[in-house]
Design a binder for this molecule. Sequence first.
Ligand code: NAP
Length: 431
Amino acid sequence: MISDRSLKVAVLGCGSVGSQVVRLLREQADDLAARVGVPVELAGVAVRRLDAPREVDLPADLLTTDARGLVTRDDIDLVVEVIGGIEPARGLILAALEGGASVVTANKALLAEDGPTLFEAADKAGRDLYYEAAVAGAIPILRPLQESLAGDRVTRVMGIVNGTTNYILDKMDSQGAGFAEALAEAQELGYAEADPTADVEGFDAAAKAAILASLAFHTRVTASDVHREGITEVTAGDVASARDMGCVVKLLAITELIGGDVSARVHPVMIPRDHPLASVRGAYNAVFVETESAGQLMFYGQGAGGAPTASAVLGDLVTAARNLVAGSKGAGESAYAARAVLPMGETITRYHIAVDVADRAGVLAAVATAFAEHGVSIQTMRQEGRDDDAQLVLVSHEATDAQLSATVEHLQGLDIVRGVTSVMRVEGEHE
Ligand SMILES: NC(=O)c1ccc[n+]([C@@H]2O[C@H](COP(=O)([O-])OP(=O)(O)OC[C@H]3O[C@@H](n4cnc5c(N)ncnc54)[C@H](OP(=O)(O)O)[C@@H]3O)[C@@H](O)[C@H]2O)c1
């Protein structure tokens, strides 16, 4: 009986997040014991290098490089996985569950690639698998989707779920900086990694989009189902163009229901400056949820960082620990709806398009015809400059992404068009 003894926790990884989990476990031991009902004891910490400097003081006898040995110890009740990546994290989580431990993880990459294998293992073992920290760090968003909104119907989720790209786009907007300049500044200040690919190409946000889509729509969506475009092609001109329209450029993870199917995508968008997501500055994250009954909800906060992420991990740990003490288990995966994921071409969007054109008679008609031929109607069109400098800036009404990209291709083939200089989707206004 756990209620007669302390609950033993193994932590896998002691880096940015793990060190803060370990610190909080020890500093808040009294509160945690009161909240769980029994003492919560740190039983071991697995790392790769025993002699690496740590942000937390740890008795040497708690540290081990034998992660598998630690998770399969008979006395371990709960395993926190904060190593990251696919292997050995997956094998260790499966071994922990098989051994009868509940698991808390912050590993978005693994959940987005192979969540169902982990959920099935947790179900089979009758144990919990929680992962609040995997999406938007400290922000409570997964539990609200799974529990608080379980009686409602979610129709759409749009999130700024990557702090690095939000920081870069915010710099481009507020200082008129180009992408390369804003990225260099983000790297200098520690907001971007030396290799920023996972962030700026949208891989990190796509993993989170898959997790959000699965939970919001009770289905299975993996990272490879998510249409992904990063921000490397966003220019200072795009950002200025957005500003002229009263918009701001953001990288959004968007998932929504379209005719019963799920659309899941990550790409830069222009959103109106009065949209709640437009006010999310710097490296902050926010998730905007639309539901049938609750209407619009916004969840905002720090999406990364050791202590903020550890807060989410500890929240899961307390919930899983309470369940162990009560001899119960939380709700597992809910994928009963088994929805199809729409190809990007069938997703309904709007486009902002800037076209360099020759300033001569018939240009407007030719451009309008290109739109009409693909069944896309134009919401606004304005001309900027004259002669060699003439540019048309158009915003479409909603159409499928395939219709819109065919229109752009058509425009590129017209001899009166010198170039399509900016193409960006527009979100945040319902038609
Ligand atoms: N950092 C954030 O802000 C944040 C936010 C949300 C989610 N997350 C997620 O949290 C997880 C951890 O991220 P992090 O930033 O804390 O990573 P990190 O700083 O790189 O730390 C990783 C830790 O794992 C250990 N490790 C690596 N391979 C191992 C192995 N084979 N066996 C045992 N230990 C091993 C490392 O040991 P050594 O120290 O000995 O090298 C290190 O302590 C990832 O899934 C990440 O996506 C992070």
